[in-house]
Ligand binder design. Sequence first.
Ligand code: KG4
Ligand code: ZN
Length: 362
Amino acid sequence: MSLILGIETSCDETAAAVVQDGRRVLSNIIASQHDLHRRYRGVVPEIASRAHLERIGPVVHEAMEQAGVTLPAIDAVAVGNRPGLIGSLLVGVSAAQALAWALDKPLIGIDHVQAHLYAAQLLPHAGKASANGESAIDYPALGLVVSGGHTSLYEARSPTDLTLLGRTIDDAVGEAYDKAAVILGLGYPGGPAVDALAQQGNPRAYDLPRSLLEPQSLDFSFSGLKTALLYQVRGRPRGRGRQAAFERSAHDLTDAQRADLAASFQAAVVDTLLIKLQRAFDHLESQGRRPRSVVLGGGVSANSLLRQRVAQWGPEHNLKVCIPPLAYCLDNAAMIAGLAQVYLDQGQTSDLDLPAMATAAC
Ligand code: KG4
Ligand code: ZN
């Protein structure tokens, strides 16, 4: 039996988890900072890193307590060290370095985006299923990471062997959701608010663009959709920049219009994601590299319509559908600890001077 303590502080969630044998989640503590950032309708980096500093100690303590494990019983300490907000990453990395050094255990630095694509492997502690070595994801897999910071397609030959196929050239899809929520006058974070409202609206009420780029492109672009939504809500602007005056404001919308706009926006986003999944699948198949699974990860994989459409699309292409349980879609440390077990088994650990990196190679 192997136990790994995972730490995650790349953005605005302070998280720690204990995972057994790479899959069984013994604890998964997440201290969200949404309340601190809500009034700014986005994450303020300085506030985030200060809050991580205050919370990291109690969060690690609670993760150990809930798992019923003492620190000396841990086999390794894992931390998301890239990519993310540098001031936030530094808090988690420093804590993990200190623990690994004090406990004399291996330290394992983990790529946050890779970890999102591992999350579907995790088994909830309370779940009946046993971690009997059977892999939830059949490799090779087609992976889609959709979060506040990333929208990327991968060919995954194993949890640690990924090739980037395409990525957003402007906004990440979660970022587009958060901005759409601001445009529609909804709360923060925007994704869940738009998703909930969309379920009451008509997705065909407004014709919003599906930006597909060149015919073969596996990249994404969501900034045009965001602008189209803005113009639909407020009319065309007169003037530019800060001087721009719009014809109306979001307050002029009726509840029904707001729901229809949310539904039309969500339909445009999910259509675009599905078209790109199809393109990536066709591309891999034409190269003789047909995937066996489709894997989702990242906060937007909590989206109701995306989950539904991918669950339908996968079997049509003979693909096993691997979507994380809701608890493991958003930022969490269980995915960090779980993926770290794969690296530990491969004998790949990090030096104690592991750097925090704002950007990552893949
Ligand atoms: O993975 P995550 O927790 O953090 C990053 O690594 O960015 O993703 C957060 C993003 C936010 O933009 C949030 O609005 C979005 O995920 N999100 C959703 C939903 N739940 C969270 N977007 C659409 N529908 C949802 N249900
Ligand atoms: Zn994330």
